[in-house]
Design a protein around this ligand. Structure first.
Ligand SMILES: C[S@@+](CC[C@H](N)C(=O)[O-])C[C@H]1O[C@@H](n2cnc3c(N)ncnc32)[C@H](O)[C@@H]1O
Length: 224
């Protein structure tokens, strides 16, 4: 398990603090999505899948019921410390561990699906995210494209940290990442793989590349 206590302790320094613009965009989008949920939804129920330390919950802790899911006990330990108002579940995101249609908003940040390293399991996660969203609700997912993975070693962040990616398949759909946690085995299916299920399950889809590493995919109005 890469996300042990030592790595979890340095996670915020490596993957939250240096990425201010991404996180500011997340907060702006979340504020807008939460504001668009049906006025009768009081308080809205928000599930963050592969929540890590649940930085996003800490930005919105009033009048929202928050549930975080992650496979790492060490990450959940940080999440609980930062978010006493929230509840957390330790589970595999590719398994159907929660009841359907329980959440108004389901999120998944920093393309945590890459860790599933298997297209069928990533497909199952997308199915879960959609199934866990109630009719009328929304999903917000950050997608990491193979082309952006391929560009990582030329980035300022890679130069500053010495962290590196390498291709496990020539198209960078399967890739590896070396950082202070060790060697991560990752998979990045193309964008169409993510768009298809959300297009079929929601009234409206927004897809926006942030000019850095993330495509922000926001699906509004889960069809009943
Ligand atoms: C890159 S971190 C993202 C954390 C958080 N979403 C954020 O934006 O800071 C990836 C997270 O995925 C979690 N993870 C990896 N495999 C998982 C699985 N099969 N089920 C649930 N969580 C998993 C890790 O423990 C880690 O916290």
């Amino acid at each position: 398990m890469i996300y042990d206590a030592r790595y979890a302790a340095e996670y915020a320094r490596l993957y939250i603090a240096p990425w201010r613009r991404k996180h500011e965009r997340n907060v702006r989008n979340l504020r807008r999505i939460l504001g668009q949920l049906a006025p009768g939804v009081q308080p809205p129920r928000w599930l963050d899948v592969a929540c890590g330390p649940a930085w996003h919950f800490a930005q919105f802790c009033e009048r929202i019921t928050q549930v975080g899911l992650d496979a790492s006990l060490a990450q959940l330990h940080s999440a609980r410390a930062a978010n006493p108002q929230a509840s957390f579940v330790c589970a595999d995101m590719a398994r159907s561990v929660l009841a359907p249609a329980c959440f108004d908003l389901v999120t998944h940040f920093w393309a945590g699906y890459c860790y599933l390293d298997d297209q069928a399991r990533i497909g199952k996660l997308l199915e879960n995210m959609i199934a866990w969203t109630r009719p009328g609700g929304a999903c917000y997912l950050e997608v990491l494209l193979p082309g952006d993975v391929a560009a990582f070693n030329a980035s300022g962040y890679a130069r500053a940290t010495g962290f590196r990616v390498w291709a496990r398949t020539p198209d960078f759909v399967r890739w590896g990442y070396l950082d202070s946690g060790g060697r991560h085995q990752m998979m990045s299916p193309p964008l169409e793989f993510f768009i298809a299920p959300f297009q079929a399950g929601f009234e409206r889809l927004e897809v926006e590349h942030d000019g850095a590493f993330m495509v922000h995919l926001i699906a509004i109005g889960r069809l009943g």
